[in-house]
Design a protein around this ligand. Structure first.
Ligand SMILES: Cc1cc2nc3c(=O)[nH]c(=O)nc-3n(C[C@H](O)[C@H](O)[C@H](O)COP(=O)(O)OP(=O)(O)OC[C@H]3O[C@@H](n4cnc5c(N)ncnc54)[C@H](O)[C@@H]3O)c2cc1C
Length: 429
């Protein structure tokens, strides 16, 4: 079971499904962070709006309820990032204010993130990429914060907080509901046309429609769903935490080419995730991919390399979900006034903070309220389509394999990977 669902310490609320045709001002499809922050900002800007959220499963079913809990200023592409970064930092702080005021159980702590180098190639990469807001950590300084075996140095980035995502998504749903938003669960939208969305049983008529279904979006060429898998240990003893460190609950990762991410949870477990699962032909989503034994084992082996003391610890939870990767890795926050349809997504695994910025941006665009965020580069962005199959399958899976090989190459040669150099000009996963 997903760790976050298993550590809510309350039974999540179950809501009714849409049974009758209704009217609203705005209908939101999808009850994850994008849909909920959109509703939150729409209501804060105009408390009289009638807003309905239709969630196909239960609140938190999607990536918002399963992720690694990094609330970071990461952005999947460098295009436009200089303009976007200050707004992501503001979003982290606004999520923090919400959590502190309405959901302290989320355990929001903004202590930054640490990137660890465990071979010379990784060290050269982080030294070469250090930005003015980041601090290079010598081996001694790094080990004072995180006791990783074989570490040579690291990089500290202050703009990252840690959260319990399952608690945040549910607290946010409860908050918007208390402000007058109506949420229906088990209400899968089957058709969308201007001013009308239909589920199997009933419909909602509304002038504005927000599609907030990210990786569940229907067009298979608009994005590649890539599975990211996670494991978590049992709560660890103080003795082990004294060895590992992370006294301030900084998030962390190793500077591998293959994405990996870790956090010390609010109940003192270690939760770690990583990519490496194969992409499914036709951009399909399959629940069994969330439990791919090989990938979970590889993540556990990585954890054992970092922290040998954890060979004695139990891994109590394994789960996963898919992230949505557009062909150009560019997130989109789009509003078409003519059709009245908005959509946001393509966060490529960086959606915890981005979904907040997206929801806030959509609310301002729909209500025609001026704000600098409505002019950011990702607004009304047009992503190119992915190649048709089988080219997409070959390209994405080739890249997953090559990324893994690049890390092995660096581990062996200690020099920056030639495979990665070639790969970067094509695609990364
Ligand atoms: C394992 C994992 C780890 C991750 N780690 C991080 C991290 O540490 N930091 C970070 O920034 N990002 C991370 N991400 C990405 C991040 O979680 C997502 O980008 C973000 O949560 C997306 O939010 P969303 O609301 O757009 O989509 P979702 O949370 O996926 O919500 C979409 C909702 O739409 C519903 N839906 C779908 N189709 C329909 C329909 N037809 N009708 C009605 N409802 C529908 C779904 O049931 C779902 O609840 C991770 C993702 C995964 C899977």
């Amino acid at each position: 079971m997903n760790l976050w669902d298993d550590t809510l310490f309350y039974n999540p609320k179950e809501r009714a499904s849409l049974a009758h045709d209704i009217d609203a001002d705005v209908v939101v499809i999808g009850g994850g962070f994008t849909g909920l922050w959109s509703a939150y900002y729409l209501k804060s800007l105009d408390s009289t709006l009638r807003i309905v959220i239709l969630e196909g499963e239960r609140i938190g079913f999607g990536a918002s309820g399963r992720n690694g809990g990094w609330c970071s200023a990461l952005y999947p592409t460098s295009a436009g990032y200089a303009d976007i970064r200050p707004h992501l930092i503001e979003s982290i702080d606004e999520i923090g204010s919400f959590a502190r005021e309405h959901a302290p159980e989320v355990g929001f702590v903004k202590s930054g993130t640490i990137t660890i180098a465990r071979n010379r190639a990784q060290l050269a990469r982080i030294q070469g990429a250090t930005e003015p807001h980041q601090t290079y950590l010598s081996k001694g300084a790094l080990l004072g914060r995180i006791g990783v075996k074989g570490a040579l140095g690291g990089l500290y980035t202050p703009d990252c907080a840690v959260i319990h995502p399952g608690r945040l998504v549910r607290a946010l749903a409860q908050y918007v509901e208390n402000s007058g938003v109506t949420i229906y669960e088990k209400s899968r939208v089957e058709t969308i046309e201007p001013s009308l969305v239909k589920t199997k049983t009933a419909s909602v008529r509304a002038n504005s429609i927000i599609k907030a279904t990210e990786v569940f979006s229907q067009n298979p060429r608009s994005h590649a769903p890539i599975y990211s898998l996670m494991v978590a240990t049992e709560p660890l003893s103080e003795e082990i935490w004294n060895e590992i460190g992370l006294a301030h609950r900084e998030t962390f990762s190793e500077a591998l080419h293959l994405v990996n991410y870790g956090q010390r949870t609010i109940d003192n477990r270690l939760a770690v995730g990583g990519r490496g699962a194969r992409y499914l032909f036709g951009s399909k989503l399959r629940a069994k991919r969330e439990m791919e034994y090989r990938v979970h084992q590889e993540i556990i082996e990585l954890v054992h390399k970092w922290f040998p003391a954890l060979k004695r610890a139990k891994f109590t939870h394994r789960w996963g979900g898919a992230v949505s990767i557009p062909r150009d890795w560019h997130p989109y926050i789009n509003w078409d006034r003519t059709s009245g349809i908005a959509r946001a997504g393509g966060y490529s695994g960086d959606g915890v903070t981005l979904s907040h910025l997206a929801g806030k941006t959509l609310a301002h665009l729909i209500l025609e309220k001026e704000h600098p965020i409505t002019a950011l580069p990702h607004v009304n962005w047009r992503n190119p389509l992915w190649e048709p199959e089988p080219l997409r399958w070959l390209g994405v899976n080739g890249s997953v394999l090559a990324t893994d090989l690049a890390d092995r190459e660096e581990d062996f040669t200690r020099r920056p990977s030639l495979i990665a150099k070639t790969l970067n000009s094509f695609i990364r996963v």
